[in-house]
Design a protein around this ligand. Structure first.
Ligand code: ADP
Length: 396
């Protein structure tokens, strides 16, 4: 069966068509600037040249239709008819407290996705539009919602509650939810297999470090804590997000600079993090180049990021009363040997040792700890689309 995986953002739509016989990606691509001028569709069929078009894309419905056209196109397509697509798996940001697993979409599921609009104001509306667009374009084909929050629903109340008035939780669902769930689930499961751990007796810490970053503590295969909260703003400092700060800063600067709370949150989401500290870039490749050239603020940004990553890892070792494996994944986790080295240097006292040659390699699944290290440290590339496709196939 061929499964189409869709990841709809507010103005973008990423897709992959995966043949589940062999889990091969037949085609992948992205629609950008949906609803804006100069929309672009970039389509990459396996074994053929990339194909770029710039048709008008007033909304996600049109974008979905263009994706289907590209998939069946005589020259650039990979299937003959849209009917060959057996099902669609949708990445959905927020499932609130309702869904701890993926689910086949029906009217009730759509209602929950809608009820969670206030919790995921940029993504959930786009996710729902993507689902409805597929219902129209591929009538009768099952649609599956795979929630970014679902894997973290096993957190106990002591991990997910905030120490704020209790009725905020009761009235508005103010609690920690966590994100990147598909990646944390995929990578922790793979780490258990790779290291030959007992799934029922394992302690794994997953560091999903990318443009957005989060860390999770996975005890016996279940998430018991994670660094992102009500929204993806909490936790580590990220490309452009501040991560944890004293909330009083919001009031202080808003008063000084006559800004609204919305404006402040926009700054904390889009103009903070590595970008703000370095004054140069949110991209870790640029920070590394800056550090090599002796730039103090790029160096500070990388040091802050690694220090905070180490502090989260340390707190999760305490939360699980030990750790068997620490895993790095996503754009930074898989590629940035400097961040991994700076982070793991904090754990020498625990007998964790990094093999600097293995650490320098990129991308591939491997140990980066030495054989005599007390804890296994590894790199496992994440694959959200494959996980979504597998869950979709399992459900239907
Ligand atoms: P997201 O999915 O959150 O957008 P990714 O997981 O794709 O992010 O990670 C993107 C980030 O990975 C980039 O911003 C870049 O900083 C980092 N990155 C990619 N390649 C490298 C590399 N070779 N060295 C260091 N950082 C890298």
């Amino acid at each position: 069966m061929k499964i189409l995986v869709l990841n709809c953002g507010s103005s973008s739509l990423k897709y992959q068509l995966i043949d589940m016989e062999n889990e091969e990606v037949l085609a992948k691509g992205i629609c950008e600037r949906i609803g804006q001028e100069l929309s672009v569709l970039t389509h990459k069929p396996d074994g053929k040249d990339k194909f770029v078009r710039e048709p008008p894309m007033p909304d996600h419905q049109v974008a979905v239709e263009l994706v289907l056209e590209a998939l069946i196109d005589a020259d650039h397509g990979v299937i003959e008819h849209a009917d060959e697509i057996g099902a669609v798996g949708h990445r959905v940001l927020h499932g609130g407290q309702v869904y701890s697993k993926s689910i086949i979409v029906d009217e009730d599921v759509k209602k929950v996705i809608k009820d969670c609009f206030p919790l995921g104001p940029l993504h959930n509306p786009a996710n729902l539009i993507g689902i409805e667009a597929c219902e129209k374009a591929l009538p009768g084909k099952p649609q599956v919602a795979v929630f970014d929050t679902a894997f973290h629903q096993t957190m106990p109340p002591k991990a997910y509650m905030y120490a704020v008035p209790y009725d905020w939780y009761e009235k508005y669902g103010i609690r920690r939810y966590g994100f990147h769930g598909t990646s944390h689930a995929f990578v922790s499961k793979r780490a258990i297999e790779f290291a030959g751990l007992d799934p029922e007796n394992s302690k794994v810490i997953v560091c999903h470090l990318g443009n957005g970053s989060s860390i999770s503590a996975v005890l016996n295969g279940k998430c018991i804590d994670t660094s992102m909260g009500l929204t993806p703003l909490e936790g580590l400092p990220m490309g452009t997000r501040s991560g944890d700060i004293d909330p009083a800063i919001v009031q202080f600067v808003a008063n000084k600079e006559n800004k609204t709370v919305d404006e402040m949150l926009n700054i904390l989401n889009k103009e903070s993090g590595m970008l703000a500290v370095s004054g140069k870039s949110s991209d870790f490749r640029d920070l590394n180049d800056g550090m090599d050239a002796g730039d103090e603020r790029c160096t500070l940004a990388l040091e802050m990021f690694s220090y905070k990553t180490a502090k989260y890892i340390g707190s999760y070792i305490a939360a699980m009363n030990g750790v068997d494996a620490i895993v790095f994944t996503a754009g930074v986790g898989e590629n940035d040997d400097v961040v991994r080295k700076l982070t793991m240097e904090y754990f020498g006292y625990m007998g964790i040792k990094i093999d600097l040659e293995e650490n320098k390699k990129r991308g591939e699944e491997r140990y980066i700890s030495t054989p005599d290290s007390k804890v296994k440290v590894m790199v496992i590339p994440t694959n959200d689309e494959l996980r979504i496709a597998r869950e979709t196939l399992e459900l239907i």
